[in-house]
Design a protein around this ligand. Sequence first.
Ligand SMILES: Nc1ncnc2c1ncn2[C@@H]1O[C@H](COP(=O)(O)OP(=O)(O)OP(=O)(O)O)[C@@H](O)[C@H]1O
Ligand SMILES: CC(=O)C(=O)O
Length: 576
Amino acid sequence: MAQIVSTTRSIQSTPFCPTSGSANERSRSLLKPPTFASKVLSSNGNNKCPQLASRTCKINARKSAPVEVIPVSPEDDPKIEEHLLHLRGVPQVDNSAGMWSKPTFRRKTKIVCTIGPSTNTKEMIWKLAEAGMNVARLNMSHGDHASHQKVIDLVKEYNAQSKDNVIAIMLDTKGPEVRSGDLPQPIMLAPGQEFTFTIQRGVGTADCVSVNYDDFVNDVEAGDMLLVDGGMMSLMVKSKTEDSVKCEVVDGGELKSRRHLNVRGKSATLPSITEKDWDDIKFGVDNQVDFYAVSFVKSAEVVHELKNYLKSCGADIHVIVKIESADSIPNLHSIITASDGAMVARGDLGAELPIEEVPLLQEEIINLCRSMGKAVIVATNMLESMIVHPTPTRAEVSDIAIAVREGSDGIMLSGETAHGKYPLKAVKVMHTVALRTEATIPGGQMPPNIGQVFKNHMSEMFAYHATMMSNTLGTSTVVFTRTGFMGILLSHYRPSGTIFAFTDDKRVQQRLALYQGVCPIYMEFCDDPEATFRRALDLLQNQGMVIEGEEVALVQSGRQPIWRSQSTHNIQVRKV
Ligand SMILES: Nc1ncnc2c1ncn2[C@@H]1O[C@H](COP(=O)(O)OP(=O)(O)OP(=O)(O)O)[C@@H](O)[C@H]1O
Ligand SMILES: CC(=O)C(=O)O
């Protein structure tokens, strides 16, 4: 039923007891359409702010206005941005600094780009950032600390000079991956041919190559299927000796140096964090990266161990667990609970488990993360053909659209940007497909987890109601956050409009770049909340992110009160 409220009033509340509900139930509730009819907006506040524009409005559920999205071809057309601004009547602003000042319709799903030989220069990092990269991923399986240091410094340099765009840095550990050794040149393997893997170091001939893992011989049995590079080639184990595994090639191809080896259905009996990983993690601490993507996590213990280490060295770095190991699946819930987010690492996942399980697990992991308010990234092969071709396959485009619809925070490019021929085109395709897909997701819906929202904290209830309010009125949300917590929480409820998350901490701003729908903005806060709100709205208007007369939902809540007195949280609607 429609209700009449005065939006000059704010919703305020003091804490009360939340109800309970398990994460499993919450996960299930994501899969069902919500049934709990929410009662919106008790009007018990006062108009404390002279700048507030007064109005009365009807609140009724309505879909956000259909978004006109202009397709961007891989060749891209600079006029499109101009046209997008024109469409919405937004005045042209100086948009030299970053993407947020450009397309009026902001992409919500974030793009993670692996940086490698194709992209590790200043020019390419700048271009990737302008094309839509939100997170730069460093894969510690390749390169050395000096080369990764250079990339980190370049990203930080970009962030320092950018007015309104920010790139997060994710360090992806090598983990206990099993790889074949170096070869003087690639070898062709033909079906039916015999081929041997040995734990002896330094072997690389036409019929035998080293493996970097001493227990390889103990872990495999005759009859096991060995997959090279996630299944590009496969070999059946025939017999083994003390130091070698003799195989018959099933699917042949070209074997190059240092290729991934998996045993179908088995995880290596190695610790998830190896000595090399600890060294790389320390490198990440020294460089204040934003996220670790931890490879081959099999249990929550390893996440606790890493978090304890980070705490002991006072490092504020979030932990994303990579779900890619057969052994991680039974422990999904506890692993994700212990972490700050998960990556669906489809490459190794599809090698250790039957490939047809991958889309089902992708959906399950996304739902689980969303039900628990954790970040989630879908990775690998998203635009694989663009490593060598300038346009994607239709199936790849559909794959991106599916990840976006399923509600992933991030979608990741690997070889496409690391060593591909068309890294910028790949980012542009991802940007366009995500934007187009997001435009078809109905707006103004009830946020997820209805009935469970009061479970943990007062802030959850406020994030939920702020989302309801911004969806109903079709506004953006403005939030002030010192730790990032409230920005992340709001993102979890997936409001239809952008979440402008203002923070006075550059590290928090960088971290928020990963979260769906969040536009993180650095701004110093004043002691006076009113002056801070005004400054924030002026900044948004000056950057063309909101227009005069537009309304925004403004939220004050979170675990670390900024201007709240006596634990008073509130939501307001303000006119710019
Ligand atoms: N820092 C780097 N230095 C040199 N080459 C790199 C670097 N990062 C990535 N690459 C190249 O790009 C390819 C694709 O990158 P990706 O991150 O997908 O690595 P991968 O080894 O294929 O898989 P995984 O993600 O499982 O480690 C790598 O195989 C490697 O050839
Ligand atoms: C990203 C990664 O490590 C994988 O897909 O296996």
